[in-house]
Design a protein around this ligand. Structure first.
Ligand code: NDP
Ligand code: MG
Length: 386
């Protein structure tokens, strides 16, 4: 029997990489739903190629274009955030959550209810609602598999280990394009400079987040909720070659590192075939050609996002939702050239500590509607200041 699968964010970097793997063994999969936003041509092409049941665009004003592109195919077309959530509620054995931003949260929650595998690329779901999403997976017996390369690496380095003997999680970071810039140089950088990631080929927003290290800060929060460890057990180390994807230290000081080429199809393929392993089209590592691997501490004065992530973890409750939404709004401001690169972290910090936001973020995580309330309040706070 082919496995029923859905991919939310199928037109993005993770989505297209996922379909690249599926394409190599098409008869093994039965594609239920695909979703995108603005890239209607690609979404329709994918839906037709993989004979999906339904294709959904996030944008209502693009529905007619989608319908036209799917005409005669028999594939359903739908639009809007609710239609994405409804499509994610269609039963599958394996669901990929790869929409960018908090906009992916509803799809993640719906995919958590099928009792199969939730392959989670959308780290924002964990950052905003880690406790709620984990509880939903547990309630429905869904296996939550991280797709973020660092977390896939950590997950794999914990295979067969007793989690009580875990001492430290060491997340690697390339340091991004501004690793060797001074603060003065960083103030003036443009979105075009920030998007050029030295090692990983990713979507625009996560690439800029990597340059500011906000991506790593989201990953620190994601790690806490995925692996249920103390914030003090999570460290970040700069490793520009991006060969070691992360490491786990145990109480005996043994460190298990996960290595591979920087290609997201490694982590996606692992989640696709878990608990087995299957051949993958990524470049094998050749140690003789690799040369040196280097490691250093991140510069928190230049990258305050890392400190803010640990402070967010200490706050708990809806602090993650506030942190993420403030970051998303500040990133919008930077992409629109309304604020400078370093203003992003300053605005996020201001939001986290504002008296206006404090009562919202301090509540304990109980409902998705409160997550969205915290998200809306934080975005408004940042936008008012931009
Ligand atoms: P992309 O920007 O490449 O793709 C984002 C996807 O989401 C596209 O399908 C896009 O549609 C869709 N989308 C955009 N806005 C909305 C919206 N408001 N509602 C619904 N769908 C929307 O992102 P990535 O693939 O890089 O990242 C996806 C997720 O995976 C993110 O959470 C990211 O942090 C995470 N991730 C990505 C990695 C990578 O290597 N790219 C690595 C680790 C994690 P369209 O293109 O049609 O507009
Ligand atoms: Mg990552």
């Amino acid at each position: 029997m082919p496995r029923k699968i859905s991919i939310f964010g199928s037109t993005g970097s993770i989505g297209t990489n996922t379909l690249d793997l599926i394409r190599r063994d098409k008869q093994a999969y039965d594609v239920v739903a695909l979703s995108g936003a603005g890239n209607i041509v690609l979404l329709a092409e994918q839906a037709i190629e993989f004979s999906a049941q339904i294709a959904v665009t996030a944008y209502d004003d693009r529905l007619e274009d989608l319908k036209a592109a799917l005409q005669g195919s028999g594939i359903e077309a739908a639009s809007g955030a609710n239609a994405i959530a409804e499509a994610a509620a269609r039963p599958v054995n394996w669901g990929m959550s790869a929409i960018v931003g908090a906009a992916g949260l509803k799809a993640s929650m719906a995919l958590a209810r099928h009792g199969g595998v939730l392959a989670l690329a959308n780290k924002e779901s964990m950052v905003c609602a880690g406790e709620l999403l984990s509880a939903e997976c547990a309630r429905f017996g869904t296996d939550l598999l991280p797709v973020d390369s660092e977390h896939s690496a950590l997950f794999q380095a914990m295979n067969g280990e007793n989690r009580n003997t875990l001492k430290r999680l060491i997340l690697t970071a390339t340091g991004g394009p501004f690793k060797d810039f001074t603060l003065e140089q960083m103030q003036g950088v443009t979105p075009e400079q920030a998007v050029k990631h030295p090692k990983w080929n990713m979507g625009q927003r996560i690439s800029i987040d990597s340059a500011s290290m906000f991506n790593k800060s989201l990953e620190v929060i994601e790690a806490k909720y995925l692996f249920l460890c103390e914030p003090s057990q999570i460290e970040v180390v700069v490793h520009p070659q991006a060969i070691v994807h992360s490491m786990v230290e145990y109480v005996d000081h043994t460190i298990i590192a996960h290595m591979g080429s920087p290609d997201m199809r490694g982590a996606i393929g692992y989640a696709l075939h878990w608990p087995n392993r299957a051949p993958n089209p990524i470049e094998p590592l050749d140690f003789a050609k690799l040369g040196d691997l280097s490691f250093s501490s991140p510069d928190e004065a230049k990258f305050p996002a890392l400190r803010l992530a640990h402070e967010t973890l200490t706050m708990g409750g809806y602090a993650g939702a506030v942190f993420n939404a403030a970051k998303e709004a500040a990133l919008d401001g930077f992409i629109a050239r309304k604020i400078g690169f370093l203003d992003m972290a300053a605005l996020v910090e201001k939001t986290m500590y504002s008296a206006q936001i404090e009562p919202i973020r301090e509540r304990s995580q109980t409902s998705l509607s409160e997550v969205f309330e915290a998200d809306t309040a934080a975005r408004k706070f940042v936008n008012d200041r931009i």
